[in-house]
Unconditional design. Structure first.
Length: 242
């Protein structure tokens, strides 16, 4: 059985081949889900995700929230700095936050990537550093190591690679500042940047890096998509049995 993995789309003002804006998701994310044995479905940010009567969540077994532009700093009580590069769609932050909330409330396993993890932190009362220092560790378009906390869900997802530092593909200029309520840091870069967050009460893992970038060639990156699909499959089986 191939579980259905919902992938919240990013509303972008410019899409090659279209005259108007559209909602999209990176094919690298979709391919990694397919490779893991799941069926990815791109979910429109125009849907009223917070509506309890929505049938959307009745068929979603798991959630992968990809990266994207900066989160509106107003959301965590700051004014935008010169480096701020926000979304094309004003409702993107609300839509993605509603997706995370639905996953938490309905017990849907979720993998939150880069912006997704940052937004989770903000929604839990944390904040962001709007422009993380480039020294001593560059985080934009680079490969670097992160240390994984033993005993974490992330460590379990990574399996045999979890006992040591793992190499990650990094592309972010913002980073987690104050950690949100109830969240646990489960990975850090050498310069102290938060690289992963978890809530021990939820089946949700957030990572700051982009595992989709090298998922076709790096086992530790594909392992995260294998994990979310396995969790989604288990949830689907439990629901079917019930």
């Amino acid at each position: 059985m191939r579980p259905i993995i919902g992938v919240p789309g990013l509303s972008s003002a410019k899409i090659q081949g279209l005259r108007f804006d559209a909602s999209v998701a990176a094919n690298a994310v979709l391919r990694a889900i397919q490779r893991a044995g799941g069926d990815p479905v791109v979910l429109s940010p125009l849907v009223d995700w917070a509506n309890p009567d929505s049938r959307l969540w009745g068929f979603v077994d798991g959630l992968v929230l990809p990266g994207g532009p900066d989160i509106d700093p107003f959301r965590y009580g700051q004014l935008a700095e010169a480096s701020y590069a926000g979304c094309s769609f004003d409702g993107q932050d609300d839509a993605d936050a509603a997706a995370i909330a639905a996953a938490a409330e309905r017990g849907i396993p979720a993998l939150l990537i880069c912006r997704g993890m940052q937004l989770w932190n903000v929604e839990r009362g944390g904040d962001l550093v709007q422009h993380w220092p480039q020294q001593p560790q560059e985080h934009v378009d680079t490969i670097h190591d992160v240390e994984i906390a033993p005993g974490s869900a992330l460590a379990a997802a990574l399996g045999e690679t979890a006992s040591r530092a793992v190499s990650v593909s990094s592309y972010h200029h913002q980073a987690v500042g104050r950690v949100g309520e109830g969240l646990r840091v489960t990975a850090r870069a050498a310069d102290g940047a938060v690289e992963a967050l978890e809530d021990p009460e939820l089946n949700i893992v957030g990572v700051q890096w982009h595992p989709e970038d090298r998922s076709d060639s790096v086992a530790s990156d594909q392992a995260l998509f294998d994990w979310i699909v396995a969790q989604a499959r288990a949830r689907s089986s439990e629901r079917s049995a019930a």
